[in-house]
Design a protein around this ligand. Structure first.
Ligand SMILES: [Zn+2]
Length: 538
């Protein structure tokens, strides 16, 4: 019985782990797509897709589900087990992802044709996505499903996204039993709409994410007052608030906040402000949220519904769909909120809105989520004075703000708390789904604080779950042209002017400043180490 670490190994996206639960019988836990710029090579699947019998899905986010249609295209015809809500979200998200693949391939093909080169095949098509959906088997929370001999699964609410689950595997080979728990993404407590993550009682092995494995959220920050203040100051300048948002999860959370602001009359001077959700996918996802099994919702959301209200709908909410309507928004001078798809500004309609608003000092670009290294969102957030969008240099004059206090992920304390809830201590913890150093650091924290052996395996590593020992230990393999920490503006292909290189230095300095501020309250050792490094550098 063997676990092989393939994706999200020392990086945040592309979750994919393979388990050989009996000899020559394989299943996958998640099958996600990588996003942003990643330094490390992830693992190739050691067996053909047709040999995978099952995929178990923790949740619908594309970095956990986005390669399912490719798996199908490569020959997978097994069953995909997920909660009903994950299945419903996947049906819109995979279709959307396929459309992006097809559009990108068509535009690359056009470029190639002009150079007399070959057509570009999409990674997968809408048809692959539709066929993939036929393989889903919806499951309920809390019920054990015997999937196959020696393979039973139970889904437990992970409190990260509607339908998200911790996967509890009860495995058996040659009369020996092993309980493996895969966290997927561990939810944050007190998120609106959905329930908090549930504890899991026992496990022999735990595979846990570490997105925030080295940091704690600022719990003192309440997002609604912060959001209200950002709206007030932007509207008083006559500007608009532009929010790049993930279509599924974060957008609905924002709608919940806007309903609260309106319902509680927190912004009486601008009571009628409109909120445009410019993302067909976000609007479809909102519909899935509205139709979900209400047992998936938290008490507050259910109480609002019991009063005949809708937790994510309000007067002034406009859902634009066509590309023309989307473009027309930018000619309309009213003060407004635009939530547009493209959480890290790498694609989606947000890029059009950024082009029309970034230069305007009256407007605010509000980030409401994690911006991965190398993404346009991160570059703007890190203070670049100008950015290139659709081949055009755009000055960044708008205010750039971050909505603190929202996160779908548990922080370091949350992850440790969740691990502490295991009544029977796991005999080993594997850490994935975190930036390179965060994985290692969180594994060390688990070892030191919980006294459980913990590792952060690199892609391709294999562990024998019956013998409890490593079969293959791997190290980092950097992608072509990349070295450790090769990130940020200078890694992009561009012709550097003296001004740009100088600006990179300024941005690096600001990053250092931010990093130093973030260290406040950390251990003396950590702070001293950095102080010494800065002194050496000087
Ligand atoms: Zn997620």
């Amino acid at each position: 019985m063997k676990i092989t670490f393939l994706g999200a190994a020392h990086q945040v996206t592309g979750s994919r782990t393979m388990v050989e639960w009996q000899e020559n019988r394989y299943f996958l836990v998640d099958c996600g797509m990588e996003q942003g710029i990643n330094e490390l090579e992830q693992g190739e699947m050691p067996v053909p897709a047709s040999r995978i019998e099952y995929v178990f899905l923790t949740h619908a986010h594309i970095d956990h589900s986005g390669l399912l249609p490719l798996l199908y295209r490569q020959g997978f015809r097994g069953t995909i087990y997920a909660t009903a809500e994950t299945m419903n979200l996947c049906s819109i998200m995979l279709a959307d992802s396929a459309q992006i693949q097809e559009t990108d391939a068509a535009s690359e093909t056009k470029k190639n044709q002009r150079k007399g080169m070959k057509a570009v095949e999409p990674l997968y098509t809408a048809e692959d996505a539709a066929e993939t959906m036929k393989l889903f088997q919806p499951c309920a929370y809390g019920k054990a499903y015997m999937v196959d001999e020696g393979l039973t699964i139970r889904f437990t609410d992970a409190g990260h996204l509607l339908g998200s689950a911790f996967l509890e595997f009860f495995l058996e080979e040659s009369g020996k039993q092993v309980k493996l728990v895969c966290s997927g993404d561990v939810g944050n407590t007190h998120q609106p709409i959905i329930r908090d993550p549930e504890p899991v009682a026992e496990a022999d092995y735990v595979l846990i994410e570490s997105t925030y494995g080295t940091r704690d959220h600022d719990r003192a920050v309440e997002p609604i007052p912060v959001l209200t203040e950002i709206l007030r100051s932007t509207f008083s300048r006559g500007g608009s608030v532009i929010i790049p948002s993930f279509a599924v999860g974060r957008t609905q959370e924002l709608l919940y906040f806007f309903r609260e602001i309106k319902q509680r009359h927190l912004l009486p001077e601008y009571e009628q402000f409109p909120v445009y959700v410019d993302s067909p996918l976000a609007n479809e996802a909102t519909a899935v949220f509205l139709q979900c099994d209400t047992s998936c919702l938290d008490e507050d959301a259910r109480a609002i519904m019991a009063e005949g209200e809708n937790p994510i709908w309000f007067d002034g909410l406009r859902t634009t769909v066509s590309a023309e309507e989307s473009k027309a928004l930018n000619d309309n001078p009213e003060c407004k909120v635009i939530i547009a798809s493209g959480g890290m500004c790498e694609g989606g309609r947000i890029r059009h809105h950024l082009k029309h608003h970034l230069w305007n000092e009256k407007d605010t670009i509000l980030f409401a989520g994690y911006q991965a290294n190398g993404t346009l969102g991160r570059i703007i957030y890190d203070g670049a004075p100008e950015v290139k969008i659709f081949g055009e240099e755009i000055d960044v004059n708008a205010k750039v703000a971050l909505l603190n206090g929202v996160s779908g992920h548990a922080d370091r304390s949350g992850l440790l708390d969740w691990l502490k809830h295991f009544q029977k201590k796991p005999c080993r913890v594997f850490v994935n789904h975190g930036d390179d150093d965060y994985c290692t650091e969180f594994a060390r924290t688990v070892g030191e604080q919980l006294h459980i052996p913990a590792d952060a395996p690199y892609a391709g590593a294999e562990f024998d779950l019956l013998k409890g020992e490593w079969i293959r230990i791997t190290g980092p393999v950097y992608r072509k042209g990349m070295t450790k920490k090769d990130e940020g503006p200078s890694s992009r292909n561009r012709k550097d002017t003296k001004e740009m290189v100088w600006q990179d230095l300024q941005t690096a300095l600001e990053n250092l400043n931010r990093h130093v501020r973030g260290l406040k309250g950390h251990s003396n050792d950590e702070i001293r180490k950095l102080t010494e490094a800065i002194i050496r550098l000087c």
